[in-house]
Design a protein. Sequence first.
Length: 432
Amino acid sequence: MTYQEVVKNIESRIGKFKSKGNVRIKKFLEKLGSPHKNLKVIHVAGTNGKGSTVNFIKDVLKEDYKVGSFVSPHLITYCDRIKIGDAEISQADFAEIGEFIIEREKDIVEEYGDLNLFEFLTIMAIIYFEREGVDLAILEVGMGGRADSTNIFTNREKLISLITSISMDHMEYLGDTIEEIADAKAGIIQEGGLVVTTNMDPKILGVIEKEAKEKSAELFYTKDLASEILNSDLRGIDFKVKLDDVEEEFHLTQIGDYQVENAFGAIYALYLLNKRGILKISLDDIKARIKRSTWKGRMEIVSRDPLIILDGAHNFDGIKRLVESLDNFKFKKLHLIMSILADKEHKKMLEEIASYTDEVVFVNLDYKRGTSPDELSSEASEYGLKGQVMTIDEALAYYKKSYQEGDLILITGSLYFVSEARSKILNYDYSI
């Protein structure tokens, strides 16, 4: 099969569904000899910040270790979900492993049914990482945690679990309360495992603490680290944090204050793993490498003239954190381009950002879960926003005409939209 044929097969599969377990992927992997048991894993769950946290850890460790990383969704192609270091899985390897999975799927279909999209990709990452002999694999949970297809490792394979910021999202699958959603995320905690969380909400922490106690896991909180943001602007962020009573200063090239929380999680996890002799990484190396770390599509400056920032703030909590960062950017006027998935709290998202601009362009997302831009435009008017509907090319050309030095063009909403917009922008002729 070709790469395109495998992608077509994957995209024909059901993506998300309510599930009480992950029996099917376990049975499939057993048929292959359980390759996941040969990996050493860092596991990252949460609502927001998972991908950034995975990326921070990967960028710190990649110079000393052969590190695999698995994230979702992809920004450009399916291949960028699965990497070793900075190198994406090749289309040839993607096609070869994909064809192998499709062939072997026959062994479980009658009893367990077809693999869903995320199970398929998780299996592909596991096979690839095991075959390539990675020293460790950093895996991002797809949606929940407890029933997620990545949640198949014991504490023999798993070095540490990280639980990033938890908020209301995917309620139709995970539950209607923050406690139910936290319970799903806390399900990645392993018996006798090591856990770090960046959460601070007592309701969320109560759920995580209960799970950790039941499983005799050691739980560490970034909230217990005295920290302070020293400076934050379009050049990056300087912050300090106290580790074992010693104050350490760090710099991020990435912008957006919310990235400090993600960096805290990555730094603390690596610090603990080094302290226990599980990994060998000095604090000086962590400082130097996290400073150089970048993450596409998350508070990414893709153009300086005009100034364009992309941010995959795909839910209400993401928009809230984005808005908190906007105060640091000192722009004259905000030109806003958005597209939001139908299962998100789009009214709350629009209300949150409305005080920063009086106009927004909505783009029709070529994706089955996208909210109608006409519907979004109608909702925007409730919050004093003049909404217009355009293609991404039309939106960029429209704002180019009214853009003045000191303004900011912000493209946000769905990660799928940010991916589409990014590919357009990097080939866009701004002289038009």
